[in-house]
Design a binder for this molecule. Sequence first.
Ligand SMILES: NC(=O)c1ccc[n+]([C@@H]2O[C@H](COP(=O)([O-])OP(=O)(O)OC[C@H]3O[C@@H](n4cnc5c(N)ncnc54)[C@H](OP(=O)(O)O)[C@@H]3O)[C@@H](O)[C@H]2O)c1
Length: 319
Amino acid sequence: MGRDDWDAQSLPDLAGRRYLVTGATAGLGYFSSLQLAGAGAHVIMTGRNPNRLAASRAAVLRQLPDADVTTLLLDTSNLGSVRAAAATVRGRSGLHGLLLNAGVVHPPKHRETRDGHELVFATNALGHYALAGELLLPLAAGRGRMVWVGSFVTSLSPFDVLDPELEVGYAPRRAYAQSKVATTALGLEADRRLRAANVPIASVVAHPGYAIGGRTRGILGVNEPSKIKRFTDNLQTPIAQSKERGARSLVRALVDPSVEGGELWGPSFVLRGRPHLARPGRIVRDEDLAAQLWDYCERATGVVWPYLKAAKTRRGWRR
Ligand SMILES: NC(=O)c1ccc[n+]([C@@H]2O[C@H](COP(=O)([O-])OP(=O)(O)OC[C@H]3O[C@@H](n4cnc5c(N)ncnc54)[C@H](OP(=O)(O)O)[C@@H]3O)[C@@H](O)[C@H]2O)c1
């Protein structure tokens, strides 16, 4: 299947392949899981809340009774939870893809996690950095792929590399934008490092455009927008799409054989549209910024990605 004839509603047969999705209890993570399961994949749906996980798995099974979906507790803001979940996954065989999707989109007022990190950065960036590092061995065994979820806001936002967790000047919106610049820059940096170390894993970035719940079909326990939300979200029809459609760029980045590491995929009209190869903004292409961010994540999580350690010792990094 070539780059122009991708049909998001008719995915390649994924039977025998295993994918893990973070934040699978709602939105893009739920619809990505559904689309992967519909193509025959085994999907490990992960989430931080057991009741919501059970409800989202039940929702997949209502639509696809033969789907091969399991659930696993994983709170990406909690490094202990990340390690425990990764250990469970490593104990099973082979992993073909990792969708690093979970995200705090509307940051709450309290800003610290149990580990003492800023909540949005911890959930969206640090937890995924740690999870991907902890799952590198099974992903390499499956010659797999990891997809980091960025956002269109990354081309509009500055980034303070000296203060990734915004100890000075914290504001919820700024924290969100900063975390998405970080996930995108980390995804591109991961690909450079994996290539340099000859690890057979591709790291790709994807974004869903502007995908909203009130433009998305109702699903019991997963997407139940109020009438007011339906009304206000429908007013945004010209610039928004459903989460189901938004998930298509994420899923293409994860399973299309023609996608390559280091690429960014998103909707053709930026906020909405068919999955399409996009160009990352200037700030996320900054390799020095990405290298500093990587070092920060290593120190903050204590996770050093296997394989890369040896490559680092042999070659030294760019600086
Ligand atoms: N929607 C958009 O327009 C848009 C645009 C750009 C980027 N994105 C990115 O796409 C991703 C998904 O967004 P969405 O629109 O699907 O948001 P959503 O509907 O709010 O879903 C977010 C998902 O992340 C989970 N989550 C939040 N904190 C978590 C944690 N600490 N550990 C594990 N899971 C956690 C939520 O779980 P609970 O059910 O437990 O809350 C939920 O499953 C995010 O990374 C977001 O930044 C979205």
